[in-house]
Write a protein that binds this ligand. Structure first.
Ligand SMILES: Cc1cc2nc3c(=O)[nH]c(=O)nc-3n(C[C@H](O)[C@H](O)[C@H](O)COP(=O)(O)OP(=O)(O)OC[C@H]3O[C@@H](n4cnc5c(N)ncnc54)[C@H](O)[C@@H]3O)c2cc1C
Length: 389
């Protein structure tokens, strides 16, 4: 019944990813990281190879693959030492958009995204005041004839300056007007470039410990036609949950790719570095932490295939996606610690990418959802323990 064999076609795709990433070496990533600039050349290359449109059905010009294949592509990108954070959003956003959007929206946008004419890599949910409590958002969409007029603020929104489209969650009903606070929220597809041009969306970049292009945004009298409502009016929260499953699988695969990168660097160094007359990797104190992290990584990777398979077959995968998110982020941090420790002082050197990945791995503990919230999901939704919040 189960089949973990990787098809020849997928092996070829992964090999192509490796080749496409080869020119983006450590020096390139050191450069963009130190200057905190968007890795445009890398993203353009990934678009050219079609990796950002893999999840778009082939009748729209995309790769027509599932999240399973996309997850392996993003894993390989990170495993090659590249920063999957620069591109992963379009992969999960197009996968989810294809499920939620109506026929007219798909016909209008998916071919343009697949051709590379439009970038769709901004997903705006988080707000400064609401934080993890998404139902507490206050960005509001007021119906005005055939349009909605949106006002509010969002925090930590990634790639605002580098995307043409933004999927935005706003309240269209106040909490007091709905029977459940998860109702009364709606998703909108926003022409972000136009909104930035006319000043109805203003972005303020946030200085951070990683090169990630996150912003605080102010939304003032943004007019969005009713045709740009994605999914059902008032049920945006539930649509967001479905986006989040693909997001969790893709992000976790990115994290696991980076964990592989870190562990392979640790193994390489442990074999080569000789102290006390023998390779440091001959000591169990050095090899066991590497082996332990590797074992956990393999287990999480197997769960990824289950989560992705369920998603691709339109089956409920909230449990698997949340467990995967939790495990992969913990392993990402563990692998970065292991690599740092194995490499001694060299781990701290900027050259080689260990300290960069070490910083990047920390993000996955908190985003796209914090591990506490992933554990709360497992506790209450899977184990039926009382809800803690
Ligand atoms: C670099 C970066 C990029 C991001 N990109 C995006 C983006 O593109 N779009 C977007 O919408 N968001 C984005 N985010 C936001 C991210 O999803 C949030 O930071 C995350 O969901 C946590 O929200 P918060 O920062 O407000 O933390 P808070 O909600 O303030 O939580 C702080 C801490 O308290 C814990 N906590 C809170 N409540 C509970 C509870 N009931 N039980 C146990 N623990 C609890 C949390 O787990 C966390 O550790 C990004 C964040 C970062 C850092």
């Amino acid at each position: 019944m189960l089949d973990f064999q990787i098809s020849e076609e997928l092996k070829l795709i992964v090999e192509t990813v490796r080749q496409a990433c080869a020119q983006f070496d450590d020096a390139y990533w050191r450069h963009v990281d130190s200057k905190k600039i968007y890795p445009k050349e890398f993203v353009d290359q990934m678009v050219k190879y079609g990796f950002l449109s893999m999840s778009i059905p082939s009748n729209y010009g995309g790769g027509g693959t599932g999240v399973t294949e996309s997850s392996m592509v993003i894993e390989e990108i990170a495993r090659s030492g590249c920063d999957g954070g620069a591109i992963r959003a379009q992969i999960y956003l197009t996968a989810a958009f294809n499920r939620i959007a109506n026929q007219d929206q798909k016909d209008e946008y998916l071919p343009k995204i697949a051709r590379g004419d439009l970038r769709f890599q901004t997903f705006a949910v988080t707000e400064a005041r609401a934080g993890t409590e998404t139902t507490n958002i206050s960005t509001f969409a007021e119906k005005d004839g055939d349009n909605y007029v949106i006002n509010g603020q969002k925090m930590w929104i990634s790639r605002v300056m580098e995307s043409d489209l933004m999927l935005l969650l706003a309240r269209n009903k106040k909490v007091g007007e709905v029977s459940k606070k998860t109702l009364g929220m709606t998703l909108f597809l926003v022409d972000l470039k136009k909104a930035l041009r006319d000043g109805t969306v203003k972005a303020k970049p946030i200085e951070m410990m990683i090169n990630h292009s996150a912003n605080e945004i102010l939304i003032e009298n943004l007019v969005v036609p009713k045709e740009c409502v994605v999914g059902e009016v008032g049920r945006g929260f539930y649509h967001v949950l479905s986006v989040m499953n693909s997001e969790r699988i893709i992000n976790s695969s990115d994290t696991m790719g980076s964990a592989h990168f870190l562990l392979s660097k640790a193994v390489e160094y442990a074999k080569m570095r000789v102290v006390f007359g023998r390779p440091i990797g001959q000591n169990q104190g050095v090899q066991f932490p590497i082996a332990s992290a590797y074992a956990k990584l393999e287990a999480a990777s197997a769960l990824r295939f289950k989560a992705a398979w369920l998603y691709d077959n339109n089956m409920e995968c909230g449990k698997e996606a949340n467990i995967l998110k939790y495990l992969s982020s913990e392993i990402g941090v563990e692998a970065s610690n292991v690599a740092m420790t194995t490499m001694g002082g060299m781990g701290m050197a900027v050259e080689g990418g260990i300290e960069r990945k070490f910083r990047e791995m920390r993000l996955h503990i908190i985003a796209p959802v914090s591990n506490n919230l992933a554990l709360s999901y497992i506790a209450s939704k899977v184990l039926d323990l009382p809800r803690s919040y």
